[in-house]
Design a protein around this ligand. Sequence first.
Ligand code: V47
Length: 392
Amino acid sequence: MSSELQITDARLRPIADKVLAGERLDAGEGLRLFESNDLLAVGWLANHVREKRHGDICYYNVNRHINPTNVCGAHCKLCAFGRDANSPGAYTFTLDEIWARAAEGVAEGATEFHIVGGLHPDLPFSYYLDLIRGIKQRHPQVHLKAFTMVEVGFYSRISKLSIRDTLLAMKEAGVDSLPGGGAEIFAPRVRKIICDHKVSGQMWLKIARTAHQVGLRSNATMLYGHIETHEERVSHLLDLRELQDETHSFVTFIPLQFHPDNTGLSHVPKPTAFDDLKTIAVSRLLLDNFDHIKAYWIMLTPRVAQVALRFGANDLDGTVVEEKIYHDAGASTPQGLTHADLERLIRAAGRVPVERDTLYRKVDRSQLPPIRAPKRTAGDLIPESSLTARAQ
Ligand code: V47
């Protein structure tokens, strides 16, 4: 570590001793971390754990988001993305449109497609399986990280298959792993208000366990900064830690900052950078059995995500391209960054960029075709003059 630990909040001292001894923290200690304003000490401890695991490496990937439909019957208060079928802005891509987007992603060098969408009341399960099969046939080398536990629960309902058989059908079609969305906050009190019609927290965990049992790894998330308490955040994190002890199949954890614009919770104040950094740091400290903590630049902004690389995060997510869920909720970040943008952000934080695939294997670009720059969008936070959209 490059600097000494300085603690101004004396209540953190015993926690620091445990972290430095490599001991597991409990719920009370997690709560104390969230309640402390000694952000630099909390961040120092998280950075210590992060550097012990990953040194100076910061991972990123070249990926593309594909959202097949925004038509959704769940009407979650937290969401600005979902629409009724005949309301303005509603869309459902045809399979050909999806495959065309996938081909664009491949030309841009994507090694992963992140595929999630609304719970469309009329599309059959076969639409999603055909979508996956079609992409896999055309681009077998690309990892398909597709469909959250919430979507799996929904497909199981509409197909009348068990959760296990639904997952097996997805796997057979070509799904390689599952993203971590839909976890929100597991506490029933919170779910009742922010996402009443989604699967329960216990069901999310059960579907994740089943996915892991059939050999599909997944990510995990926590949506914070709305109506949840610190106790509910800690309990969410410890539920994930317990399942990870059992399956060891969560790949990475992503704290997701709530964006209130255009949602049923638009009165909720936006989270602060202080809370963002603390949440990343506490997640790193409590989730001692997760290898990776992702600072999702789309929601944090590239600037805060960069600082998060010194508060416990070791991954920036990817180039993303065409993000819809946060942008419908008022995110002002670009809709995509290039490979070169991400490397520059990481280097400027004093870290060493490593391009990875979805499962954190190093990607050797010299063995791959040159990358075509994705189309840029307005609202870029990074000066155009400093961008070089080319393979490095
Ligand atoms: O599940 C929805 C969240 C998630 C809003 O696994 C909102 O690698 C903030 O899960 N404000 C989808 N958040 C995104 C997601 C994700 C993102 C990046 C990487 C990975 C991964 C997963 O977005 C939803 C929900 O929790 N969300 N609406 C909103 N207004």
